[in-house]
Design a protein. Structure first.
Length: 569
């Protein structure tokens, strides 16, 4: 009986690539969408943006973002539009729907990174680049894909503009789309367009002036159709208020003057990038330098140089501005993921391919020996505990490590040494790819182990009130700030908007507000910081004089805080 014909190598390669792509897609969907609505909002920014989107969805006013009915003009509305559409048209809880645009944008970003790396260096590099990106904790959790913040959509739009305009010889529609995406960046965070316009304009002008003009026309069309009309409307409608909030406070103040983190160093953006990619930060540093120098040589070297220039431009500029929040450098991360994966793939196939397993083995040894994930990590604890050798996310333990980590480290070292043996030198490429794939997957799994359902006293109180069937809820004294028209800091009433059917009122500092008569079960939440002796006396007087007082809960909203009942039913 004749043997069945064996599939050709090309078919095998396609099957392997298809299987890897399916596994990657499944992992990305699980990591970015799994239990997306299970966690409460991690910080005031998430809650603030969700509040604005909710009011936009309820009012139908898409032109003036509002916060508790008052204009909030510090950000353009593009992401608010997306969140409002999610809240209006899709089923699900409040946190899920508010975060959904960010998660979907991150999936698009993974696809863009995969496609760019595949075009430059093939499917292995594509999978590696996608895993590098998914292994970046900051991009996934910290103002990123699993939050209701603006940065996931921002980073995706910026990278789309960059890769669509990367080549001057592509179809014209891509250059138009690149210009349009560049303009749309201005509808998310206007100052960040400064990274794209000079980078793409100079790159395309040097390559093909006709391509540069097509890109410019796409940018101009997006500016005239979307960007300019909204800014003109806001200026005409709100006048000096729009100027003060949008330009003076948000753009000029936050970008150039306000040192939002007084303890940050001048290179905090570089440190955040290094740490958020750990343990691959050292490897990416080498890859970035090599791309700037034009190695590896080939048709892709020019594209790699542009990606490296863009990433360096983003990180360098935030070393000079005084605002030092670590997620400011996130637009550089997709470009660095592509550069790092392509570098490793080309290195493995070069005469110096023996160095590839060693470069991969070193971070892996570091990962196995020195780094473990702490289950008490809370995303509300920001840059001071963001990534590497700092509690509580990463704990360094050179001594007393468990047998599994030491045996894993020994295995990696042995593999790195074995490759030096002459009979195995020709196997450096598959060994490097095996090590890289295993290491990247392990890093991504490490990220996935970070607790998703951020448990705080606020979240626990939301569950408690939902179980009690509260219909009318008032909040009192939640740390208001003079900026942004009384924006609440650290906690907002939006945390409680996910209670099914509850009518939530933000009373701020008005002690009379919560005691207005209303049918159904009513509750009042008071910030513990508001209960100074005078505040406690005022609250008791209102409680004693009310005919049907609400149940009162005192909340300390800190991550390690608590809540308790106050008064009588």
């Amino acid at each position: 009986m004749p043997a069945e014909p064996q599939p050709s190598p090309s078919v095998k390669h396609r099957l392997l690539e298809g299987g890897a792509l399916l596994a990657l897609a499944a992992f990305a969907l699980w990591l970015l969408l799994g239990e997306l609505g299970a966690a409460s909002f991690h910080d005031g920014d998430e809650a603030l943006y969700a509040a604005v989107a909710r009011e936009m969805a309820e009012s139908g006013d898409l032109l003036t973002p509002t916060y508790w009915g008052e204009p909030l003009l510090n950000k353009p509305p593009l992401v608010y539009w997306m969140m409002a559409g999610s809240l209006s048209w899709l089923p699900g809880n409040f946190e899920l729907l508010a975060r959904l645009p960010s998660a979907l944008a991150a999936l698009v970003l993974v696809a863009l990174v995969y496609g760019t790396a595949r075009r430059l260096a093939g499917p292995l590099a594509a999978v590696g680049a996608a895993l590098l990106l998914l292994g970046n904790h900051q991009l996934v959790f910290e103002h990123g894909a699993r939050t209701a913040s603006l940065d996931s959509v921002l980073v995706t739009t910026m990278f789309a503009a960059l890769v669509l305009g990367l080549r001057a010889d592509v179809k014209p529609w891509r250059l138009w789309a690149s210009g349009l995406c560049t303009a749309l960046v201005m509808m998310i965070k206007l100052p960040l367009v400064v990274f794209l316009v000079p980078t793409l304009a100079v790159h395309l002008w040097r390559a093909d002036r006709g391509a540069a003009r097509r890109w410019g026309l796409g940018f101009l069309a997006g500016f005239l159709v979307v960007v300019l009309p909204w800014h003109a409307y806001a200026w005409i409608t709100h006048g000096q208020s729009f100027w003060k909030i949008y330009f003076e406070l948000e753009i000029l103040g936050r970008t150039g003057k306000a040192a939002l983190d007084p303890n940050a160093s001048w290179a905090s953006g570089l440190f955040a990038c290094w740490r958020s990619f750990m343990p691959w930060g050292p490897l990416l540093g080498v890859a970035w330098s090599s791309a700037l120098l034009g190695w590896p040589r080939g048709e892709e070297s020019r594209d790699l140089r542009l990606l490296a220039v863009f990433a360096g431009f983003v990180l360098a500029l935030f070393c000079f501005v005084e605002s030092k929040w670590p997620w400011y450098g996130m637009p550089a991360y997709p470009a660095l993921a592509v550069v790092g994966a392509v570098f490793l793939r080309r290195l493995a196939g070069s005469p110096a391919g023996l160095a590839a397993p060693l470069l991969v083995a070193l971070p892996l040894a570091l990962r196995f020996v020195a780094i473990e994930v702490s289950e008490v990590y809370a995303p509300a604890v920001r840059q001071a505990q963001l990534w590497p050798a700092v509690d509580p996310l990463y704990l360094w333990s050179w001594a007393g490590g468990d047998a599994l980590r030491w045996s894993g480290a020994a295995l990696v070292v042995v593999l790195a040494l074995v490759v030096l043996a002459r009979p195995l030198r020709r196997r450096a490429v598959p060994l490097a790819m095996t090590l890289a794939a295993g290491g990247l997957a392990w890093t991504a799994i490490t990220v996935a182990r970070v607790p998703r359902a951020f448990t705080s006293p606020t979240h626990a109180l939301v569950d408690e009130l939902a179980e009690r069937g509260v219909e009318h809820l008032s909040t009192l004294g939640f740390w208001t700030s003079g900026a942004y028209r009384g924006r609440q800091v650290s906690l907002t009433s939006v945390y409680f908007l996910s209670i099914p059917g509850a009518d939530v009122i933000d009373c701020r500092g008005d002690f009379a507000c919560p005691f207005e008569e209303s049918g159904g079960r009513a509750a009042l939440i008071v910030n513990s910081a508001s209960l100074q002796p005078e505040g406690r006396r005022r609250l008791r007087r209102r409680l004693e004089s009310a005919a049907t007082p609400p149940e009162i809960w005192i909340l300390d909203p800190a991550p390690q805080g608590r809540f308790a009942r106050f008064g009588v039913d």
